[in-house]
Write a new protein. Structure first.
Length: 134
């Protein structure tokens, strides 16, 4: 009987040790789970902030593109209205000096119009309506 009690005590001790080890492992898993849940919450918060920031950037980009469009059209219309009459007057002038001055005005007006058109093209590229080819 003593032998049986000794074996039983030894088994009880082993069960107790295993139970303690198991409880310790459960505690570590619980802590890890809590830590992961906390990190997950932080990531969700950052994701939300990034989505909000992205939406703000997108809206800002739309407003920038609209501003480009408005500004360039404000330049383009008057320039087009200047170039036509300048060309017409230039063809009627006989004096070489006056013709030269008008030619400079026409040339510079056309140059400005080309710059405005390039800005419009950049706006189209920026908005995805025009694709650059290499």
């Amino acid at each position: 009987m003593r032998q049986k009690t000794k074996i039983q005590k030894m088994l009880e001790l082993q069960v107790e040790e295993k139970t303690t080890a198991l409880k310790s492992a459960i505690d570590r898993v619980t802590e890890s789970k809590a830590s992961l849940e906390h990190q997950n919450a932080l990531l969700e918060e950052q994701k939300s902030k990034l989505e909000e920031y992205s939406a703000c950037l997108e809206q800002s980009n739309k407003e920038k593109l609209m501003m480009y469009t408005n500004i360039t059209h404000e330049f383009k219309t008057p320039l087009s209205l200047i170039i036509g009459p300048l060309d017409e007057v230039s063809s009627k002038i006989k004096d070489d000096e006056e013709k030269s001055l008008l030619s400079i005005a026409v040339k510079n007006s056309k140059y400005l119009l080309e710059l405005v058109n390039q800005i419009l093209d950049l706006r189209k590229v920026d908005s995805g309506k025009l694709v650059l080819k290499r």
